[in-house]
Write a protein that binds this ligand. Structure first.
Ligand SMILES: NC(=O)c1ccc[n+]([C@@H]2O[C@H](COP(=O)([O-])OP(=O)(O)OC[C@H]3O[C@@H](n4cnc5c(N)ncnc54)[C@H](O)[C@@H]3O)[C@@H](O)[C@H]2O)c1
Length: 367
């Protein structure tokens, strides 16, 4: 099979995960990488045996079909637009944009150009989340009626060398961590209908802990504690807390409660994790994975886009899904500022579940 050639823009912290995992998929091959910091691009090129180029050189290369955009959130839309203008399909890191309006423009622009746009997270294609999806689809817990999605921590400033952006517009726990949780929920439950929510800024400033900036005060410009509920079109109501303000807790990342039982869903920022199910009044049982890809497989969404390009089927980490997720996340703040309720205008299809029994390195069973 002819491989689809990939270019990576943004050679920072997360790029190694993409360089490494992309080697595991038969259909894609990273050809080149670029960064506004040319030294960063050169270092990754050497480490991974690809070419270091400028962004313009990459976009002028007719062999490159898909660009993976791993720049910082504030640059996501601008860099992705440039790639689309050059006729490239784009898969970008989360979030799709730092506000709903710019995310929508990006998805509409891709559509108008007849190009595919996709967005992280692709963790929902991992064995942990796919096993949960299968348990729900097969009716083990009955009809999902309620659940919880909880991510609480005290923020990244104790260890991060440059934590300021987490507390600027475009930062905060919802845009940083929310994509994993909201995407996992939509994958299992389908599209959401409305948000009831609060978004609060509990502290005026935070204090950096990293050696290089220890004690530095960081102004907080965005809400850091989100709480509320999401109403899904299916009727399920999920209680949500996403916070950088909490030192500790004992909640599981996600639980789904159905008419016939309960399901414990692993951390959606991982590909594997522990899946447990409780059917009616029986004891909790550990469930083995029904699907593979349980290690860090960041780029599986790109491989899925490549398969979609070749076969004409839909890709799973779609712009439509990412835009719906972005609207859910930003909807909490809008709800909080506007009397507590936000009705969503977007919807999306549930991404197709991965087939059972896939060969390692493949995403379609017919290959
Ligand atoms: N670091 C993580 O653990 C992690 C995990 C999952 C997702 N992400 C997401 O991945 C993205 C990147 O995160 P990171 O931690 O790798 O950040 P980073 O700051 O380490 O790397 C970003 C890179 O993008 C480059 N860049 C910025 N603007 C650019 C532009 N306009 N053109 C070309 N290059 C540009 C920077 O020079 C830098 O090398 C973010 O959206 C983040 O939310 C990060």
């Amino acid at each position: 099979m002819e491989k689809i050639k990939i270019g990576i823009i943004g050679c920072g912290n997360i790029s190694n995960a993409y360089f490494n995992a992309s080697k595991k998929f038969e259909i894609i091959e990273v050809k080149s990488c670029a960064d506004i910091n040319s030294e960063a691009a050169a270092a990754k090129a050497e480490e991974h045996g690809v070419s270091a180029v400028t962004v313009d050189e990459m976009l002028a290369d007719p062999e490159i079909e898909i660009v993976i955009n791993l720049t910082i959130p504030k640059a996501h839309v601008e860099v992705s637009m440039k790639c689309l203008e050059a006729g490239k399909h784009v898969h970008l890191e989360k979030p799709l944009g730092i506000n709903y309006e710019e995310g929508r423009k990006l998805v509409e622009f891709a559509k108008s150009k007849g190009l595919l746009i996709g967005c992280a997270p692709d963790t929902f294609l991992g064995g942990g989340q796919q096993t949960c999806r299968k348990l729900i689809d097969d009716g083990w817990i009955g009809r999902p009626i309620a659940g919880t999605a909880i991510m609480m921590g005290r923020g990244p400033e104790p260890w991060h060398p440059n934590p300021g952006f987490f507390y600027e517009e475009g930062g905060g726990p919802m845009l940083d961590m929310g994509p994993y949780y909201m995407t996992a929920l939509v994958n299992m439950l389908g599209p959401a209908k409305s948000i009831r929510g609060f978004a609060v800024r509990s502290f005026d400033e935070r204090v950096a802990g990293h050696e290089s900036i220890k004690g530095k005060k960081i102004p907080v410009m965005v809400p850091t504690h989100y709480s509320g509920s999401i109403e899904f079109h299916s009727g399920a109501i999920i209680s949500v807390i996403i916070s950088f303000d909490v030192y500790g807790h004992h909640h599981k990342p996600i639980e789904i409660y159905g008419t016939n039982g309960s399901l414990t869903v692993p951390d959606p920022n991982t590909f594997g994790g522990e899946v447990q199910v409780k059917v009616a009044r029986n004891d909790w049982q550990n469930v083995g994975f029904t699907h593979g890809y349980t290690e860090n497989m960041r780029s599986i969404g790109v491989a899925d886009m490549a398969c979609a390009l070749r076969s004409g089927r839909k890709h799973r980490c779609s712009g439509e899904l990412a835009l719906h997720v972005l609207e859910i996340m930003t909807g909490f703040r809008k709800a909080s500022e506007n009397g507590g309720v936000y009705e969503l205008e977007t919807t999306c299809d549930k991404p197709a579940a991965l087939p059972l029994g896939l060969m390692d390195g493949f995403l379609d069973s017919f290959q």
